[in-house]
Design a protein around this ligand. Structure first.
Ligand code: E4P
Length: 226
C-alpha cells in the first residue's frame, strides 16, 4: 500500500515528504479552505504542492457540469505534470472523466460510497477511485467493508484500455480518521491510503516502541560506564 497525505498544508506536506515514504497528495476544497486559502492564490498553491512531492497531486474541480469540470481540469492540468484531477462521481463527473481520460489527463474519482459507483468510475477511465471510510462510518455504515468490496469488485475485471495506459485503476482509501483505518485499509488490499498528517504521525508511535527505546538507551549508558 502506498501513502498519500490528505492535506493542503505546505508545512505538513514538506514534513511528510522528508520521511521518504510519501507517494502523493490529495486536496479538496474543504482542505484548502481550512488553511485559509484564497481563490486568487489557488493555482500558485497547487504549484507549490506539486514541487514538494515526487508523486501525484489531486486537485479538485468545483464546476457542476461536465463542460465546466473539463475547462477547470484543463487549467489545473497545465500547472504541473504531476496533477491529477479530482472529480466527484455522478453523471456530469463521469462524462468529464471520460473526456479528460481520452485527452490524456488523469482523474481521481472522489466521493465514492458504493461498488456500482466505483465500477462506473473505472469504466469511464478514472486512474484513481477514492471510496471514503470515515464519512461512511459516520452514518452508521461500515466504511472498511465498503472499501474491501470495491477492491474485490475492481479486481474481478481486466481494465486494460479503460484508462490511460494502465492495467487497472488504483483504489485510494480516503476519509481516514485513525491508525486502525490505515491498518484495515492495508489488510483489505487498498492500493493507496490518503492519510491526514496527524494520523500519519500516529502511525509511527506505539507505547512499547517508546518503552523499548528508553530501555535500550538506559542499558547503553551502563555499557558506556562499564
Ligand atoms: C479524499 O481525497 C478526501 O480529501 C478526504 O479523504 C476526505 O476526508 P474527510 O471525510 O475526513 O473530510
Amino acid at each position: 500500500m502506498k501513502f498519500f497525505i490528505d492535506t493542503a498544508d505546505l508545512a505538513e506536506i514538506e514534513e511528510a515528504a522528508s520521511w521518504g515514504v510519501l507517494a502523493g497528495v490529495t486536496t479538496n476544497p474543504s482542505l484548502y479552505a481550512r488553511i485559509g486559502g484564497k481563490l486568487a492564490d489557488f493555482p500558485e498553491h497547487i504549484k507549490r504542492i506539486c514541487a514538494l512531492v515526487n508523486g501525484s497531486v489531486s486537485a479538485e474541480v468545483v464546476g457542476q457540469t461536465a463542460d465546466e469540470m473539463v475547462r477547470e481540469a484543463q487549467e489545473l492540468a497545465s500547472i504541473a505534470a504531476n496533477i491529477v484531477i479530482k472529480i466527484p462521481v455522478g453523471i456530469e463527473g463521469l462524462a468529464a472523466t471520460s473526456a479528460l481520460t481520452k485527452a490524456g489527463i488523469p482523474v481521481n474519482m472522489t466521493l465514492v460510497f458504493s461498488v456500482p459507483q466505483a465500477i462506473l468510475a473505472a469504466r469511464a477511465g478514472a486512474r484513481y477511485i477514492s471510496p471514503f471510510i470515515g464519512r461512511f462510518d459516520d452514518i452508521g455504515e461500515d466504511g472498511i467493508s465498503q472499501v474491501a468490496d470495491i477492491v474485490n469488485a475492481i479486481g474481478n475485471y481486466d481494465w486494460r484500455g479503460a484508462g490511460i495506459g494502465m492495467e487497472e485503476p488504483e483504489i485510494i482509501a480516503a476519509s481516514i480518521r485513525s491508525v486502525n483505518h490505515v491498518a484495515q485499509a492495508a489488510l483489505i488490499g487498498a492500493d493507496i491510503a490518503t492519510v491526514p498528517f496527524a494520523v500519519l504521525r500516529s502511525c509511527l508511535s506505539h507505547p512499547l516502541t517508546d518503552r523499548g527505546l528508553e530501555a535500550f538507551i538506559k542499558d547503553w549508558e551502563k555499557v558506556l560506564q562499564a
